[in-house]
Write a protein that binds this ligand. Structure first.
Ligand SMILES: [Zn+2]
Length: 283
C-alpha cells in the first residue's frame, strides 16, 4: 500500500485513491460517494461496515418519516401553533440553519459544508447526552440505566469552547453537542473568530438547543400523563360496555376486545420510539 495505491470501496466496489476514500472502524474502505449517503456527523473511524450500511438505509427512511409527520402536524394543529422552529446562526463564516420540532423530539442542523451529503439527518433530543458505548442488543436497558441523565431537564449538555492564542486573543469558537450514537459521539461546529462578539451566536445556538431539549422532555411528560388519563377513561368505558352487554345479553367479549384495541391505539402514539419512549414502556 502506498500513497497512490487505489483501494476498492466495500459498498460499491469502485477503486478510489486516498483523497476519495475513508477507512471504516472495521478497516474496509468507503468511497466519498457512498460516504455522502451516510450521516454527515458520523466519523468513519467510529463506524463499522454494518453501521454504515444501516445508516444508508435509515437516513432516507428518517427523511420520509419527518416529512409525513410534519404534514400530519400541520393538518392537526391550528395555525397559531409553531410546528417547526427554524433559525439561522452565523457561526464565524458558517451560516448554520437549525430546525426543531418539539412534538417529535427531533432537530436538524445544516450548513453549506455539508451540502455534498444526500441527507440532513434527523437528530434526536433524547440522544443529547455524554456518549457511552451502547450495544445494539440492550438499548432498552441502556436507556433505563441512564434514565437520570436522559430525563434531567436542567442539564445543559450542549457547550461552547473558545480557543485563544498565547497572547489571549480569541482565535476560534465551537459548539459541542454530545450525542449518544456509536458512530457520532459528539457533533461539533467550529470556525475561526476573533472577538467576543463573534462568539455570541455560538452561545445563542447552544442555549437554544438546551432550551428545546428541556421543552421536549416537559412535553413528553405531559404526553404520558395525557395518555394515562385516556387509558383510565377507556377502562371505565370498556367496563361499562361489558356490563351493559352482560345485562342485555350482548357480546361481552366483543366489548372487551374493543377496549383493548383502543388501549393499544392510545399507547402507540406517533412519537418515534427513542429513549423517551423506552423509559416509559410498559413492562
Ligand atoms: Zn462506494
Amino acid at each position: 500500500m502506498g500513497l497512490f495505491s487505489k483501494e476498492a470501496c466495500t459498498f460499491c466496489g469502485k477503486e478510489v485513491g486516498i483523497m476519495h476514500r475513508s477507512k471504516l472502524k472495521t478497516k474496509e474502505f468507503i468511497c466519498s460517494d457512498c460516504r455522502n449517503k451516510t450521516n454527515p456527523f458520523a466519523r468513519m473511524d467510529y463506524t463499522t461496515r454494518d453501521a454504515a450500511q444501516k445508516m444508508m438505509e435509515q437516513l432516507p427512511q428518517d427523511a420520509e418519516w419527518l416529512q409525513s409527520e410534519l404534514k400530519r402536524l400541520e393538518a392537526e394543529r391550528t395555525s397559531r401553533f409553531v410546528v417547526q422552529d427554524d433559525r439561522d446562526y452565523d457561526l464565524g463564516s458558517k451560516r448554520v440553519n437549525y430546525k426543531c420540532v418539539h412534538a417529535l423530539g427531533v432537530f436538524q442542523l445544516y450548513y453549506s459544508s455539508l451540502s455534498h451529503y444526500q441527507y440532513s439527518p434527523v437528530l434526536y433530543f433524547d440522544r443529547i447526552l455524554p456518549y457511552q458505548f451502547e450495544s445494539d442488543m440492550d438499548s432498552t436497558f441502556f436507556a433505563d440505566s441512564r434514565r437520570a441523565e436522559i430525563m434531567d431537564k436542567d442539564a445543559e449538555f450542549v457547550k461552547v469552547n473558545v480557543s485563544k492564542d498565547a497572547e489571549g486573543k480569541i482565535t476560534s469558537c465551537e459548539v459541542v453537542i454530545p450525542y449518544q450514537d456509536n458512530c457520532i459521539h459528539e457533533i461539533k461546529i467550529s470556525d475561526n473568530v476573533d472577538s467576543e462578539e463573534q462568539c455570541r451566536p455560538f452561545y445563542d445556538l447552544a442555549a437554544q438547543i438546551n432550551k428545546d431539549r428541556r421543552i421536549c422532555i416537559e412535553q413528553y411528560m405531559d404526553d404520558i400523563l395525557r395518555k394515562e388519563r385516556m387509558q383510565v377513561r377507556n377502562l371505565g368505558d370498556t367496563a361499562a360496555a361489558a356490563v351493559k352487554a352482560a345485562v342485555t345479553g350482548g357480546d361481552v367479549q366483543e366489548a372487551v376486545k374493543q377496549g383493548v384495541e383502543t388501549a393499544s391505539d392510545i399507547e402507540e402514539g406517533k412519537v418515534k420510539q427513542g429513549f423517551f419512549g423506552k423509559l416509559f414502556k410498559k413492562k
